[in-house]
Design a protein around this ligand. Structure first.
Ligand code: ADP
Length: 490
């Protein structure tokens, strides 16, 4: 197509009517009462009308939404009267098909010599895109806020202490659990505040590791004791990972503190237990070795006088080893859930009589049994005997000065209760809740009595697996009563 001559282009440019009609914005002139006097093609196209349908036929207000009409009356007109112009007011215009679009509206009033408004000239720009962007920005902002709230919720809900630090290692965010654990004074605190909460023995080690991690931008992984709001120190695993930007620069640290106190204590308890167990096993075995050496020496002796006492001593020590090994086996069976019960109805009186034989043979203690000989219970008789024997043996061991050990069995509503009472030193109140815990021994440091602290734990497990209860009533200086209950039927 032949190119338009410069003259032609200039002519087109200077054609005011063309400029007016094809401008990228809408032009509108209306009388003081709103009647449209002039409107350009651009605006007509946006609205979906022909000029003859609008000029002298419609008022500016006809193109406004309901809210727009109110705004026009309440704000636009008074503003125009006072200042003679309005600038970039946001309106929603209604098209012929009823749909709407957003515009920015600027207008200037044309007045006569008496300052009365004759007409209004307006420029209208399509604001749909801008509105769309504004809505997008608002939506993204809402989404970001929503995500922030979700993160906050998550961070505060998880049972971990979570924190972040800046590149220099200064803590700049902590979650609710963190604040709660240390009872922090609000959200503003320094790294020094947290350092003061580290057990002094661990502090230097932590500072050195943290500095090393920051310098090398490498993960932190350290176990330290932290002081909680009640002043107690608890073991924690403190971890932190560096966050690098695209240029591989360290910009933030994400960290957590996991409470591993129970786990640490359990490990320590296990270590202590292994050392006690080895010691407990070593004593009877050493004694047994001594006895065997003596027996070896006298093997050619025609009439060895010491033979009966040596055999008795050997028997005693083998029994000790056997008891200890049986306890250890019981515990591992319990842990593995392999303690099988052969439940049946059995007579309580007979069961208790079986349990007392070794005490009666020994003759050191008087045994008093009280109960209705017809009473029956439902359970694994051998396992229940194990519990009663444990109670009796403990009475003999821990209450050696007792003259008497009383065993009673009584009937309750749907259960029977068996109790073993001694006249020993009793147990202080603060120790009572722990007696049935694994490895617990009242006097764990003293070596006055041997034991692994497993007997009562095993008893409690056996009784609980029968659906019964186990307990102890005791006061210092008043003796102790260990008891349990059992169901009377399946
Ligand atoms: P152990 O192997 O140490 O005897 P137990 O679990 O049987 O383990 O007992 C736990 C602790 O309970 C014992 O170390 C002992 O201090 C205390 N205890 C148990 N029975 C009695 C009792 N009749 N009188 C006083 N203390 C007792």
């Amino acid at each position: 197509m032949a190119q338009a001559s410069r003259k032609e282009i200039l002519a087109a440019l200077t054609d005011a009517e063309t400029l007016y009609n094809q401008a990228p914005c809408g032009y509108l002139s209306f009388a003081a009462d709103g009647t449209v006097i002039k409107i350009n093609q651009t605006l007509l196209k946006w609205l979906g009308y022909y000029a003859e349908e609008v000029v002298d036929q419609k008022k500016f207000g006809d193109f406004l939404s309901k809210g727009g009409q109110i705004h026009y009356e309440m704000f636009f007109r008074p503003m125009l009267n006072i200042s003679g112009s309005v600038k970039e007011l946001s309106y929603e215009l209604v098209k012929r098909d009823g749909s709407t679009f957003h515009v920015l509206f600027s207008a200037i009033a044309i007045r006569n010599a008496e300052q009365t408004i004759l007409a209004v000239n307006a420029i209208i720009t399509d604001n749909t895109d801008r509105k769309h962007y504004e809505r997008e920005i608002l939506r993204s902002k809402k989404l970001a806020e929503e995500e922030k709230r979700t993160f906050q919720f998550l961070a505060d809900l998880i049972p971990e202490m979570i924190w972040t630090a800046d590149a220099a290692g200064e803590i700049d965010y902590v979650n609710e659990r963190f604040i709660h654990y240390f009872d922090l004074p609000g959200k503003s605190f320094s790294l020094n505040y947290i350092l003061a909460k580290i057990q002094p023995e661990d502090r230097q080690r932590f500072i050195a590791s943290w500095a090393e991690s920051i310098n090398a931008a490498k993960d932190l992984h350290i176990e330290i004791q932290l002081q909680n709001s009640s002043g107690q120190y608890e073991w924690h695993l403190v971890k932190a990972v560096p966050y690098l930007n695209e240029a591989q620069e360290l910009i933030k640290w994400f960290g957590s503190c996991t409470n591993i106190d129970v786990h640490k204590r359990a490990l320590k308890q296990k270590d202590e237990f292994i050392s006690i167990a080895s010691h407990e096993l070593k004593t009877p075995i050493t004694s047994l070795m001594g006895t065997l050496q003596l027996l070896d020496r006298m093997k050619n002796d025609p009439a060895p006088k010491m033979l009966p006492s040596l055999i008795e001593r050997a028997n005693k020590n083998v029994k000790k080893v056997h008891t200890l090994v049986a306890e250890l086996l019981n515990v591992s069976q319990l842990n593995a859930g392999q303690l099988h019960l052969n439940k049946a109805m059995f007579k309580l009186g007979d069961m208790i009589f079986n349990c007392c034989q070794h005490v009666l043979t020994e003759g050191r203690f008087e045994i008093l049994i009280e109960g209705d000989g017809h009473l029956e219970a439902y359970g694994d008789q051998n396992r229940i005997e194990q519990v009663v024997i444990n109670f009796i043996n403990n009475a003999m061991k821990y209450a050696p000065a007792s003259q008497q050990i009383s065993i009673a069995f009584t009937a309750g509503q749907g259960f029977v209760k068996v109790s073993v009472t001694d006249q020993g030193p009793g147990i202080s109140k603060d120790k009572l809740p722990h007696l049935f815990e694994r490895y617990y021994r009242v006097d764990s440091s003293g070596s006055q009595y041997s034991g692994l602290g497993l007997g009562l734990y095993i008893c409690a497990e056996i009784i609980q697996r029968h659906g019964g209860e186990i307990g102890v009533d005791s006061q210092l200086g008043e003796g102790s009563t260990f008891w349990f209950t059992l169901p009377v039927s399946e």
